[in-house]
Ligand binder design. Structure first.
Ligand SMILES: [Cu+2]
Length: 363
């Protein structure tokens, strides 16, 4: 839990900060050293490896367990790339060699990470990510390239530091993933969630209730880009940051007359009623033309969360304050086009995407 002065600090620095304790699951990576925690200097779409202190984060992910020591530029420790991508793995350390080895390939999260897998210090796998891939020992500052061809989930470990530093990670190779700051599609999601996130394919589409008390469906919002996120109204960690980012983005959308809508949905329908969400909307002065803040029945909200692969877990205080923090850009057709990581740059990410027409035309 962070207190508001610390949150203010987190908002003040542009990069992801140390603060987001409730964002396990891939959103804001919490860095395990004290102090500021600046993002790693990495080539776009590259992977940096280092002992997880300071620049490289640690996430205690509810799905994947502890992951640390590998990251993309400014993103979470769970990494996603599109098939066919070639990724540069760079050792960011100035003192210590590391490796990137594939431990297992599969389609689901591991029940447990293997306790003591045999990880090689020599390169293997011919530069293609697969079950037999090993980068070999990468000296400080050196790089190697790997091609990601087959879709799947690859469990990674460093041969030197798998055990002592939990230096392990997950690469998802999945269609539609965008490397870099907007990478991970999120644990539990992947291609299946991307497909099922098309509400039109549902037999009976869930209804949501906005801050005016109007019932609506995803289908009813088609025709312009829709930027979706999920929050808990009771969360005091990352959600206030996301709400502030959405509030700022909504104002900019209005000011620039962009045809687009934001949608914030509760991820804790047991505690956040539509009335609670209305209060939240009021607090942020959310104009429903550009920003819908929605609750709904438990079953409808859970159906929407499942479709997006949103995971939330009840915390100590009864509300769901451990959860994924992603921002989903749906195009004008209602298809999920891109998954963004929530950050202090979210309003810029949204505005840049809309202005560029990345998720459909704007008026
Ligand atoms: Cu290592």
């Amino acid at each position: 839990m962070i207190k508001s002065p610390k949150l203010a600090i987190a908002l003040a620095i542009v990069a992801l900060a140390t603060a987001a304790a409730c964002t396990n699951g891939g959103g804001l990576g919490s860095v395990n050293s004290g102090g500021g925690g600046t993002p790693s200097p990495l080539p776009s779409g590259g992977i940096g490896v280092a002992i997880p202190t300071g620049k490289i984060g640690v996430e205690n992910d509810p799905v994947w367990g502890t992951v640390s020591g590998y990251t993309e530029e400014q993103t979470s420790q769970i990494m996603a790339f599109a098939p066919g991508a070639t990724v540069t793995i760079t050792n960011l350390s100035s003192t210590t060699p590391h490796t990137l080895n594939v431990i297992a390939v599969g389609g689901t999260p591991p029940p447990n990470w293997p306790a003591n897998p045999s990880l090689s210090f020599s390169p293997s796998g011919s530069g293609v990510l697969g079950a037999d891939y090993a980068s070999g020992s990468l000296n400080p500052g050196s790089s190697v390239k790997v091609k990601l061809s087959s879709p799947g989930i690859y469990l990674l470990g460093c041969a030197y530091h798998y055990i002592e530093f939990n230096m392990r990670d997950v690469i998802q190779v999945v269609a539609g993933a965008t490397p870099g700051p907007t990478a991970s599609p999120g644990p539990g999601g992947y291609a299946v969630a991307r497909r099922s996130a098309r509400p039109a394919q549902r037999r009976s589409e869930p209804h949501l209730i906005d801050q005016r008390g109007h019932r609506f469906t995803f289908s009813s919002l088609r025709g312009e880009p829709l930027i979706v996120t999920f929050v808990s109204a009771h969360c005091t960690d990352a959600c206030p940051l996301i709400n502030a980012q959405f509030a700022a983005a909504a104002q900019r959308i209005e000011r620039e007359h962009l045809a687009a809508r934001l949608l914030t949905i509760t991820l804790d329908p047991e505690h956040d009623s539509p009335q609670t969400m209305r209060e939240l909307a009021r607090r942020f002065d959310a104009n429903p033309r550009h920003w819908l803040v929605a609750g709904g029945s438990r079953s409808d909200i859970h159906a929407v969360m499942r479709a997006f692969g949103v995971i939330s877990i009840e915390g100590k205080h009864g509300s769901n304050d451990h959860h994924t923090t992603f921002v989903y850009a749906m195009d004008s057709n209602g298809d999920l086009a891109q998954t963004l990581l929530a950050s202090t740059a979210t309003q810029d990410d949204i505005l840049d995407g809309l202005r560029a027409g990345r998720w459909g035309t704007h008026a």
